[in-house]
Design a binder for this molecule. Sequence first.
Ligand code: HSE
Length: 309
Amino acid sequence: MKKVRAFAPATVANMGCGFDIMGMTLNGVGDVVSVEVSEGDELIINNVSGVELPEDIEKNVITPAARALMAAAGEKKKLVFTIEKKIHPGSGIGSSAASSAAAVYALNEALGRPFDDEKLVEFAMEGEKLISKGVPHADNVAPAILGGVVLLRSYEPLDIVRLPVPGKFCCTVAHPEIMVSTAMARQVLPKEISMHTAVTQWGNVAGLVAGLAMGDIDLMGRSMMDVVAEPYRKQFIPEFDRLKEKVLKMGALAMNISGAGPSVFALSKDMQTAESIGRTMEEHFKSLGHNADIYVTKVSNSGAKIIND
Ligand code: HSE
């Protein structure tokens, strides 16, 4: 029997304008999953994290991700996963992605590393497919495994581009206690967008990538405007526009919905601004009857890792 534990970080998907194609890694927040591999052909998932999760393993993102990896490896084993630490589901900071990323990372290690990290992204995407009703996206799982800022240039075939992370880049994330499922947040989106909307959005995506490549965080900030998803999703976040106005006045370069929401995130040039934005976000949600978890962190360059006891 071989036991391996792995950590995978929380992530901010979309980064404003990059719906389904960009994501970044937060420092220090994430999931810990262990796997025990022995002879047999069975999949068991224990949850000791204290966070409520569906008991049916068919509804757990780890199941399709682990099955995809085992099928590609051509292996049959008894796998016992234990979710030891968990970000709250529906938080908008890649909760499901952190679990499937940590699970495939640990499993790959336990099997003697048959796959590289980019291949692990493909397996972890199977978990995202489960919770977004059939649409596999990698803007959380890719940064959760690889770390840093990641661009999915293409899904068919998968083309993952790692972008440089400017050193001065501080991020405030507020996770209000509101439940928004990814499926629900995707359902409200239009199936088609106008040419004008598309032109605006791809100008911003190009500006964000250029800003990252050139280390120009002002360009990044003014490019992080989302005209595709935010107009439809902000209804789930109480008084989103008022909060955004306040946060931008405080010196944030940008404020957007994190992933499918309900978390929001703001970018700042320094920690002091990022921390006072955190307090403002907390007060905003509290005054509307919602407690909020606040994370103030740099964007991390490190993704999933093995934890040695
Ligand atoms: N890109 C995804 C979305 C992230 O916005 O729906 C959430 O999983």
